[in-house]
Design a protein around this ligand. Sequence first.
Ligand SMILES: Cc1cc2nc3c(=O)[nH]c(=O)nc-3n(C[C@H](O)[C@H](O)[C@H](O)COP(=O)(O)O)c2cc1C
Length: 309
Amino acid sequence: MCSEVGAVGPLTSSASSAVLRSAVLAPSIYNTQPWLFRCTTGEVEVHGDFRRALPVTDGENRELALSCGAALFNLRTAIHHRGFLPISTVRPRPGHPSLFAAVRPVPTAAPHRSVSRLAEAIPRRRTARAAVTACAVPDAVIAELRHAAEAEQSWLVVFAERQRAEVAALIARACRAQLADPQFRAERSRWSGRGRTSDGLPASGEFRRPAALTRAGHEVPLLVLIASFDDGPVAWLHAGQALQRVLLTATLAGLDAGFWSAPVEVGSARRELRALSGGAVWPQALLALGRGRAATPSARRDLAEVLIE
Ligand SMILES: Cc1cc2nc3c(=O)[nH]c(=O)nc-3n(C[C@H](O)[C@H](O)[C@H](O)COP(=O)(O)O)c2cc1C
């Protein structure tokens, strides 16, 4: 580990620290923060930290890569916001599977206002822990959310109102299947509450019940799926960037977002979700968008813990 953040190309050492502090505000599965960063003279490298993998919940390290993709999106956006174009390469050296991306900042004109708005939303975005309830989402906002996913080489499936109950039932079945597995329960409790101060999930309120989605007299909230055209490490890194761009776009539109990952984590449920999405794309992250109670900010590790020489 390394405690000093050096200058990276045109970024001063304090600007490098600032963009890394934005990167680590990304969401991550169980708040594992499975990323490491290496600053060279010209690039910031983003590495996956496989010591933080979840072999039961995420056996292929797909959600580990999604989480690092989300951090990569924050990094690119924060660099761009400071007036440098982030030239980013995913998996730059295929023989090094833990090197997920390299980002080279180069001087450019002032960023477009839309980049600055996304950058400003980074510290405001939080995962809704309590149930997300339905609210009207204008078509123009749905179009922006779709565009956010497509800009990152991914796809957004927006489930029609008539499909939402079916997706909610699939969420309930997948959650039941996970909870019936003692190894899943043990892995989840290792990352929850007590004793974890700079990573992991908060002590209480983190596990919403699927029944919250289908309460009598309440509409099921808008359910959207980040999906990709392929299913492998490169597609997962793009999907993670799309996930974060969609989440920041939702934040800017005043929407709260909660995750429902069980149907993407349980193989049989993922196949059903793929079929429900038309069969052509690969499900990566399922979100409920609407109104949620404000969550307290979740913990993050110090930069010194995520920097490598
Ligand atoms: C790939 C991925 C899957 C996630 N799945 C869930 C989930 O199923 N349920 C949930 O409540 N949060 C889920 N989260 C959100 C994380 O718990 C959250 O990002 C982390 O605790 C940090 O909190 P923050 O997003 O508020 O910064 C997921 C995040 C990622 C990146």
